[in-house]
Ligand binder design. Structure first.
Ligand code: ADP
Ligand code: GLC
Length: 478
């Protein structure tokens, strides 16, 4: 079975969030099941060195104002196909946003062009390799099935995975001819959405199967409060929509070998975790307090992640003797709120505003608990990293957070199956109550250590879900 993956980010090369982690990990898990996956990505500056040593497998005379080529190269255990189109992708800074912090004005051409070439590869293949299935991820690859639809006879089936429905990719309908798509697709049962072209809607309408990254989010997506305007159209496609839970790369996220930790440890040597906590305390300027937990946050700072709720309850967290180390960036008012908190609660609240992969590992290794109070969360990966590192996840009960953390309620504690703390409904009082519960659990060392060890034993690798993806591909008859 040969599968063409198409996505806009991929760890360890280029990452703004969990999509990259997933695209970096699933192909390896599929390949262990005998699937031959090629991962198509835009040729960002981060890919320049790889493209230099690669082989040109397709030449494109003109793609939205410049020539382009597709470069094949193996790197980090992945078979990459990189779209080298400097006029579209060779830009410094964020892959989606310009220096003004707003979307690049030509994002529809950048990712529309990317999808167009991916669709051509899906149809024609490259020398010696013809995909049986195309697997498109998020809005940036969502026009692929629309392009395939224009010549359905020669097209392989397409699976779309929705990682986050909040991002849909909109542009004016006047761009359709430039994108090389027939005007007739601009209809309510096509890719039209309130007078605009909606890339994600195209993916939802024209894909053969739709998946999202957890079973609970798959259910939530058809509800108006989670569907972000796509709930109606998703209801019409309910029979082809399913939730396949994300896993994590157990080699990259392994406390026994992680090079970013001050001390490596396992479930049997949990006491060594303290050395990592000391390193976090030092780095974030936090005082030591063995009687209350050290919480961490590793997150984009956006409305989705509910961290404004955390700002609301910080006084209560500090009152209990707990501490917070936050690593994140995004919304300027949230950044300012946490910076102010570090001044108001010196020694109890520390923050690093920015993106730092290595520090994110140290925080997972050195914190007692990780806070994820998201308003919605398609899957979430940081709670899974928390489980793996014996860092108890405190999460809101939504999406993949609901599917991966077992709340320490009375029944779960009696049954010895709790792995974390959940709260719902998602508001500040609920979060505060969950923080208080976590502090109480922490004050019972035996109970806490039991939860940590259980958390670390959870099966959260990719094996099971990779098999589910393979079964899905097979069900498409190839
Ligand atoms: P999302 O994709 O919605 O941002 P996920 O939990 O699925 O949420 O994935 C987030 C990924 O990005 C994780 O690998 C997390 O460790 C990483 N991450 C988020 N913010 C930062 C940051 N400021 N520095 C380093 N890594 C971060
Ligand atoms: C999105 C979601 C996150 C998910 C990730 C990978 O960014 O917000 O919940 O874990 O994609 O699928």
């Amino acid at each position: 079975m040969k599968v063409l993956f198409a996505a806009s980010e991929c760890a360890p090369f280029v990452k703004t969030g969990g999509l990259a982690d997933v695209i970096g990990a699933v192909p390896k898990a599929l390949s262990a099941l005998g699937v031959d996956v090629r991962v198509m990505l835009p040729g960002y500056p981060e890919m320049a060195a790889i493209m230099k040593g690669g082989k040109t497998v397709r030449k494109i005379k003109n793609l939205h104002g410049g020539s382009a080529r597709l470069v094949a190269k193996k790197a980090e255990g992945l078979n990459l196909l990189l779209l080298d189109a400097p006029h579209l992708f060779d830009r410094a800074g964020n892959i989606y946003l310009g220096p003004d912090g707003k979307d690049w004005k030509d994002n529809h051409l950048r990712f529309g062009g990317f999808s167009q070439i991916a669709a051509e590869v899906a149809r024609d293949g490259i020398k010696g390799w013809q995909p049986d299935i195309v697997h498109a991820h998020d809005w940036q690859a969502s026009l692929i099935p629309a392009y395939l639809k224009t010549k359905p006879n020669s097209a392989p089936p397409c699976v779309l995975t929705i990682h986050n429905i909040a991002f849909q990719g909109l542009c004016e309908p006047s761009a359709l001819p430039k994108l090389g798509l027939p005007k007739k697709l601009f209809a309510p049962d096509g890719l039209e959405y309130w007078g605009k072209v909606n890339f994600l809607k195209a993916g939802i309408v024209y894909s053969d199967r739709i998946t999202t990254v957890s079973p609970t989010y798959a259910n939530e997506l058809s509800l108006p409060e989670f569907g972000m305007g796509m709930d109606g159209i998703l209801q019409t496609r309910r029979d082809v929509l399913s939730g396949i839970l994300n896993g994590i790369d157990l080699d990259v996220w392994n406390p026994e070998t992680d090079p970013d930790l001050a001390a490596n440890y396992s479930a049997r040597t949990l006491s060594k975790k303290k050395k990592n906590r000391a390193a976090v305390e030092k780095r974030f300027g936090l005082k030591h307090n063995p009687d209350a937990p050290l919480f961490c946050v590793v997150s984009r700072l956006t409305e989705q992640k509910g961290l404004d709720l955390l700002l609301d309850v910080l006084p209560g967290l500090v009152d209990r003797g707990a501490r917070l180390a936050l690593l994140g960036s995004g919304d300027k008012s949230l950044e300012a709120g946490f910076i102010a908190a570090t001044r108001g609660y010196t020694g109890s609240v520390g923050a690093v505003i920015g993106y730092d992969e290595s520090l994110s590992h140290l925080l997972q290794g050195g914190s007692d608990a990780i806070l994820i109070p998201s308003r919605f969360e398609p899957c979430g990966l940081t709670q899974l990293y928390g489980l793996r590192y014996g860092t108890i996840p405190l999460v809101s009960r939504t999406g993949g957070l609901a599917d991966t953390v077992i709340d320490a309620n009375e029944a779960a504690l009696a049954d010895n199956c709790a792995t974390g703390v959940q709260f719902s409904p998602i508001h500040a009082a609920g979060l505060y109550h969950a923080i208080a519960r976590t502090c109480d659990l922490y004050a019972q060392p035996k109970v806490w250590a039991g939860m940590q060890r259980r958390a670390m034993r959870q099966q959260i690798g990719w094996d099971r879900s990779a098999q589910t993806y393979l079964d899905l591909y097979k069900s498409l008859g190839t």
